[in-house]
Design a protein around this ligand. Structure first.
Ligand SMILES: [Zn+2]
Length: 307
């Protein structure tokens, strides 16, 4: 059995899986609060309780995988940078092993990479294998999170490409408009400033002077949606010109908007050097638990080794 944990800003989710000949079997799933404002040791305490609650006998676990919202140093397994500041440069894996008296590996991975893995092995990738005959283990795919921020996970030959420094797949900070909107990363025109939920709300506000939550914006204004579709096509086109993946799979709150997919099969080829048979763009299949399931898959496949 393997245990996967997703560390979110507000909640922690643990999932217990069993490896089967075909795919995985989910045995248990539990959630608790992160309490990140209470600091690092509170998070460790909450994680310890959650793990014991989900799997009372941790001796039965082959490994634990943990996904967190940040860049993970592939050498140390520590989070270098991320929005849950309490976790930065802390020995999370070591401290959990100590608390649980756990001898097997505890692997730490970026949460967007976990999302991409979950989709390749239990979601969009399973459908892709059925339709195109490419087994999940051989697939090249890019998982894109369109949520409060924009993140990504690149999977090549069924493995996450995290990069030498763990900074691979940070596609949200790809420059989409060189003199565009300021980004919190101190650069201009990052994709995140055009494709995230808050970006859509801002654009709607600038255009109409009305504040609307992201899900309602696309119904309200034709221009916001049109711009979004063009930006999304340019963004995915840039990635496809580098990687030519089998497919893209989109997650995060904005990915639930059906209208963003409407023109993608016409818009994407206009952005590609090789425009014939562009990579399909799928909506996520796994849903809410992709983060914890992907973390369990990191443990299962032992994929967080430096590449
Ligand atoms: Zn940026």
């Amino acid at each position: 059995m393997y245990l996967g944990i997703d560390i979110g800003g507000t909640k922690l989710e643990a999932i217990l899986i069993e490896k089967k000949t075909a795919g995985v079997n989910v045995l248990q799933k539990k959630r608790t609060a992160t309490d990140r404002d209470q600091g690092y040791y509170r998070i460790i305490e909450n994680l310890t309780h959650l793990i014991k609650d989900t799997c009372p006998n941790t001796k039965e676990l082959i490994a634990i995988g943990i996904g967190l919202p940040g860049t993970v140093d592939p050498k140390t397994g520590m989070m270098i940078k991320g929005n849950t500041r309490a976790l930065e440069n802390m020995p999370l894996a070591e401290d959990l092993k100590k608390n649980l008296n756990f001898g097997a590996p505890v692997l730490i991975e970026n949460d967007a990479n976990c999302f991409a893995l979950a989709e390749v092995y239990a979601g969009a990738g399973v459908n892709y294998e059925k339709d195109f005959g490419v087994p999940c283990e051989k697939q090249n795919a890019v998982g894109v999170i369109l949520g409060t921020g924009v993140g990504g996970g690149v999977v090549i030959n069924g493995k996450v490409v995290g990069g030498r420094r763990g900074a691979g797949g940070e596609i949200g900070h790809m420059t989409l408009h060189p003199n565009g909107r300021a980004c919190y990363c101190d650069r201009k025109g990052c994709a995140e400033q055009y494709l995230s939920g808050p970006a859509i709300e801002l654009e709607q506000f600038n255009e109409t002077g009305k504040k609307l939550p992201a899900p309602d914006v696309f119904q309200a204004s034709g221009n916001v949606l049109k711009n979004y579709q063009k930006n999304l096509a340019a963004f995915l086109g840039n990635i496809a010109n580098v990687l030519d993946p089998d497919y893209f799979v989109l997650g995060g709150g904005v990915s639930l908007q059906k209208s963003i997919y409407e023109n993608i099969s016409e818009d994407l080829p206009t952005q590609l050097f090789v425009s014939k048979n562009p990579p399909p763009v799928y909506q996520h299949v796994v849903g809410d638990s992709a983060g914890s399931l992907g973390a369990a898959m990191v443990a299962w496949r032992n994929w967080s080794e430096p590449q």
